[in-house]
Unconditional design. Structure first.
Length: 133
């Protein structure tokens, strides 16, 4: 993405085309992209409030179901891994191993080089999240 990695318009267009979003839209300061057959994978870009042409952060979220509630267990796992791998290759290639640990980690929060990852276990799903700043 080169020097345009912080341009909100460039980043949102690039996310849509690179990840082949099923659906994407902008609501206020947030761009959202939905992925996966069961739509459990989401990528968000948040617009900087003081500098509206710039991106504040990019957030990856996967609702990883561990309990059967009508959504298959670990639904969209391939889509989640593919999307996070593509984002990491572009945004933080040197930290790829750290970020992709998100898929194997239990509950907790970790930070490294401006990247925050977290795993929260809810009653039916893990929320697996990576935030690139």
């Amino acid at each position: 993405w080169g020097n345009d990695v912080k341009s909100f318009d460039h980043v949102t267009k690039k996310i849509s085309s690179t990840l082949n979003c099923r659906e994407s839209s902008i609501f206020g300061n947030i761009y959202g992209c939905i992925l996966g057959r069961r739509e459990t994978v989401r990528v968000f870009a948040e617009r900087h409030r003081r500098e509206p042409t710039r991106v504040l952060n990019i957030r990856f979220v996967w609702q990883d179901y561990h309990r059967d509630v009508g959504v298959p267990l670990h639904a969209d796992a391939r889509a989640a891994k593919r999307a996070l791998t593509k984002l990491t290759n572009i945004l933080a290639p040197r930290n790829k191993d750290f970020v992709l640990n998100l898929f194997t980690k239990g509950e907790g929060k970790w930070s490294h080089d401006g990247i925050n990852i977290s795993v929260d276990k809810g009653p039916t799903a893990y929320t697996r999240e990576a935030i690139f700043r």
